[in-house]
Design a protein around this ligand. Structure first.
Ligand SMILES: CC(C)(COP(=O)(O)OP(=O)(O)OC[C@H]1O[C@@H](n2cnc3c(N)ncnc32)[C@H](O)[C@@H]1OP(=O)(O)O)[C@@H](O)C(=O)NCCC(=O)NCCS
Length: 176
């Protein structure tokens, strides 16, 4: 199965809008007060500071959506608003989406974070399977002080690995 992550085309917001149909799921997905989240709202997220939208495609078909929130001031990236097409869940796509987004995030900053609604068991398992670990309780408490719910915060802290000189040299000499 060929899975690829691409920048999200604004014209696909309508499809993603139809993926979370209950108030409960919408709240756990993105905190929006009710279902469905209008396509215009999803398009508007792209204009928020630091937000980058991505779609995961299986061949030509959009199967999942997620965002990076790039914070240059804090030198960190948060993964946010991840969602898989409900007809495609339970096959590893969520884990693949997290892994792809985390890889992109890590190429920007080594500190990669995400938050999860405490009732969202599926998402918690998905992030744990992709290598995220809970942050220290005091850190979570500090970040939750101004949040509407007590989110569970996870981090993937990795060091940037410098390219080996020989690999870098090979890369420079490879054909375009
Ligand atoms: C959370 C979500 C992205 C997971 O996507 P998915 O494609 O079904 O997940 P995967 O198939 O990759 O499964 C990853 C892990 O989650 C577990 N999982 C998936 N759905 C689950 C469920 N309903 N209940 C319990 N565990 C579940 C899987 O067993 C797997 O864990 P394992 O590796 O320990 O077996 C998907 O359920 C979703 O889109 N939910 C609605 C939006 C949302 O809540 N987003 C999260 C915002 S923080």
């Amino acid at each position: 199965m060929a899975l690829r992550l691409y920048p999200f085309p604004a014209g696909s917001a309508g499809a993603v809008s139809g993926w979370a149909m209950t108030n409960e799921e919408v709240i756990m997905w993105c905190g929006h007060p009710g279902a469905p989240v209008p396509a215009e709202q999803i398009s508007a997220w792209a204009r928020e500071d630091g937000v980058e939208q991505f779609g995961l495609y299986r061949d030509e078909r959009l199967v999942a959506y997620g965002e990076l929130w790039v914070d240059d001031a804090e030198a960190e990236v948060e993964l946010a608003r991840l969602i898989v097409d409900p007809g495609e869940r339970g096959q590893g796509l969520g884990q693949r989406l997290v892994t792809e987004l985390a890889g992109l995030a890590r190429s920007r900053y080594s500190r990669v974070l995400l938050r999860v609604h405490p009732d969202n068991i599926a998402a918690q398992r998905c992030y744990a399977a992709a290598g995220f670990k809970p942050v220290e309780p005091h850190q979570a408490a500090e970040w939750n002080a101004c949040q509407p719910v007590g989110y569970l915060w996870f981090s993937l802290v990795t060091k940037r690995i410098p390219a080996m000189p020989i690999i870098a040299a090979l890369a420079r000499s490879s054909p375009a």
